[in-house]
Design a protein around this ligand. Structure first.
Ligand SMILES: Cc1cc2nc3c(=O)[nH]c(=O)nc-3n(C[C@H](O)[C@H](O)[C@H](O)COP(=O)(O)OP(=O)(O)OC[C@H]3O[C@@H](n4cnc5c(N)ncnc54)[C@H](O)[C@@H]3O)c2cc1C
Length: 448
């Protein structure tokens, strides 16, 4: 394997410091854009698209403590005080608030509504009730409340969505505030493309981008809807032309329509991901997709370059600061070896195990019981998101954000996106505070 050194530091382009962000999930995209908007030169290196693609397109801040949380932003600091190892103890509610506001500003109301102050209840693909904080506008008519009447409509060709299961479970559920929903189900037939009997959500969404197809789809549903009902449909109502699709379908049916997210890849997550990735590219973050960070060089207590492996070739990207936003086990950033040791596969930083846990107790066999301690392994940070070991920075210029942070079972307390947003804001702001970044207006002619 050959190696090329690409001098992308401040030295090459003038005074502007160069920050490398590793990963393109919600943490990496938020950090990259925040740095860029403040005037930094940013290269975002990612081996693949992040977890937003797989997610439901909603933003969880804090769902359970384990009791259901109504006001997530207000609850963060108490939750952190009770769970000092949780990333929220370092991040704090202010940074999460700023992260939510930043994301709302970037995504806009076409992609996310809500301000994070209140959790709403959404139906899941199995008809359970899930608290979440920010949601796509296409889900607002499905926010569950006492007296809501819904008809859940599926099509036989979309095998992953089961309207009867959704409706039956909703019917028998008592909402957290004691209310109830009336729900019934209808199964229809609709081939998104001629003779397509077994379609994925993505195929459906692409088909419904076509105005002719979506009109035929909506016309076919009209007769199934009763007065006063909102219509729950699988979350496939258009991909690129979603706004027009949902408006037209709702108008033809003559009732409020809402989407229910199903299996990954999840179309609302894909829409949000596309919006964020397009924004970082448009705002001239250098976005390098399909490139895995496989190492780094260090000198004088700092990482001076990251090594990127690209198709039989190594590339050195020189940098002034690094934000590791490479996710956790699910993205391959963390790996458990056969000796029970967990590794950061990206920069080889030390990882922290939960208190009282060692290699032999990282997992337990009560699979339906408590969460595995393994889930809480990750890198440790101080309150500026600088990576530390035993309280001391590992490098002076290396920060971490998102799912790589130690201390949370994110899908259980529903803090994954809140952690990612708050830590990305903190890490980006700490980088900016430590580097001589010029104001954005002064660098408009610059290449980045
Ligand atoms: C199955 C599942 C269900 C979940 N459910 C919930 C939920 O209901 N509620 C909730 O709050 N949270 C949930 N989470 C957690 C939530 O999805 C994550 O916390 C959040 O998406 C993490 O975002 P991130 O940006 O840190 O990482 P990711 O979205 O994982 O992005 C990591 C990025 O790093 C890149 N990368 C990895 N290694 C390298 C490398 N060596 N070089 C370059 N790039 C690299 C990846 O390609 C990717 O782009 C769930 C997670 C999983 C896996």
């Amino acid at each position: 394997m050959t190696t090329t050194a690409v001098s992308t530091t401040a030295a090459r382009i003038g005074a502007q410091p160069h920050v490398v962000v590793i990963g393109a999930g919600i943490a990496g995209l938020t950090a990259a854009l925040r740095l860029r908007r403040a005037g930094a030169r940013v290269t975002q290196v990612t081996k693949g698209l992040g977890g937003i693609q797989l997610s439901q397109g909603t933003i969880d801040i804090l769902g359970y403590t384990p009791d259901r949380v109504s006001r997530p932003l207000d609850a963060i600091d108490d939750y952190a005080a009770a769970h000092p190892a949780h990333p929220y103890a370092k991040i704090g509610s202010d940074a999460v608030r700023q992260g939510v506001a930043f994301l709302r500003d970037v995504a806009g109301e076409e992609f996310l509504v809500g301000d994070g102050e209140e959790n709403v209840n959404l139906p899941t693909a199995v008809g359970a009730v899930r608290p979440t904080a920010l949601i796509p506008p296409s889900m607002t008519a499905g926010v569950l409340h006492d007296g809501l009447k819904v008809v859940i409509i599926g099509t036989a060709q979309l095998k992953d969505f089961h309207p009867m299961l959704v409706a039956q479970n909703l019917e028998r559920t008592v909402l957290p505030d004691g209310g109830r929903v009336q729900a019934r189900a209808v199964m229809t037939d609709f081939e998104p493309r001629p003779n397509e009997f077994d379609a994925s959500g993505l195929t459906f969404a692409r088909a419904l981008d076509d105005p002719k197809t979506r009109r035929a789809f909506a016309e076919g549903l009209k007769g199934f809807v009763n007065e006063g009902e909102a219509v729950g449909l699988p979350a496939v109502l258009g991909l690129d032309d979603h706004q027009a699709a949902i408006a037209e379908i709702s108008s033809i049916i003559g009732a409020p329509v809402f989407e229910i997210s199903s299996l990954p890849p999840c179309v609302p997550g894909m829409r949000l991901n596309e919006k964020l990735v397009t924004t970082v590219k448009t705002e001239r973050v250098e976005f390098i997709l399909g490139s895995k960070v496989i190492g780094r060089t260090a000198a004088d207590g700092k990482i001076t370059s990251v090594t990127v492996g690209v198709a039989g070739h190594k590339r050195e990207i020189a940098c002034d600061a690094v934000i590791l936003a490479a996710g956790g086990f699910e993205s391959g950033a963390l790996r458990l070896d056969s000796h029970g040791t967990v590794h950061d596969t990206v920069l080889d930083l030390p990882v922290k195990l939960p208190e009282g846990i060692d290699a032999d107790t990282l997992t337990h066999e009560d699979y339906w019981g408590k969460p595995q301690p393994l889930f809480e392994v990750g890198v440790d940070v101080d309150s500026s998101m600088k990576v530390i070991k035993d309280g001391v920075p590992v490098f002076d210029n290396v920060y971490a954000a998102g799912g790589v942070l130690a201390g949370a079972t994110r899908w259980q307390d529903k803090t994954g996106e809140g952690i990612a947003l708050g830590s990305a804001v903190k890490a980006a702001d700490a980088v900016l505070a430590g580097l001589p970044v010029a104001a954005p207006a002064a660098q408009t002619a610059e290449r980045n």
